[in-house]
Design a protein around this ligand. Structure first.
Ligand code: SF4
Ligand code: SF4
Length: 167
């Protein structure tokens, strides 16, 4: 049996993500923020399912990988705030931009309005974006601070972290 790329290399490709969970339609992505679970390993973990107020996170057994019913998701971000594996994100298309909501555990926490360096899943810089929302640790449902960053739409499925650069 061949080892999946994400296990060999330690990160998911967008193609693997599509195959594992399926992605929301463009129409859904434009309607509002929608949660994307990037959690491919079968581990006994269920906080994302338990915290979801609409039952959008499907997981029959605790070891199953989480999948989201994109029509039930209301974009509340609780799954992003609570996931201990930092594996949940939200994506929202607005015009030619996309807003990506992600965990951000490194210091410093970016500020709303700050320009940050956009990083892909392997930590490479891919551009610059603007922070549009921040939920600090003390206000997050779990222990995870989260941020929302606006990026060019063509980077919506690449950007999964940011670097704060201050003089
Ligand atoms: S964003 Fe809210 S509604 Fe959507 S899957 Fe996460 S917890 Fe559920
Ligand atoms: S809480 Fe996070 S790590 Fe746990 S199953 Fe859900 S997405 Fe995966």
């Amino acid at each position: 049996m061949s080892i999946p790329h994400y296990l060999r290399e330690g990160y998911l490709t967008v193609e693997e993500l599509k195959e594992l969970i399926g992605l929301p339609s463009e129409e859904r992505l434009r309607r509002g923020p929608v949660a994307i679970p990037e959690c491919p390993q079968q581990i006994p973990c269920t906080p994302c399912k338990e915290v979801c107020p609409t039952g959008a996170v499907a997981m029959e057994r605790p070891n199953d990988i989480p999948k989201v019913d994109y029509e039930k998701c209301i974009g509340c971000s609780l799954c992003v705030q609570i996931c201990p594996g930092l594996a949940f994100f939200m994506v929202h298309y607005i015009g030619d931009r996309a807003r990506i909501t992600m965990p951000h555990e490194l210091l410093p926490l970016p500020r709303v309005g700050e320009e940050v360096v956009l990083l892909n899943r392997i930590g490479e810089p891919v551009g610059k974006g603007k922070v549009v929302a921040v939920i600090p640790r003390e206000k997050a449902k779990g222990d995870t601070p989260i941020i929302t960053v606006e990026v060019p739409i063509e980077l919506a499925w690449e950007v999964r972290a940011v670097r704060v650069v201050r003089e």
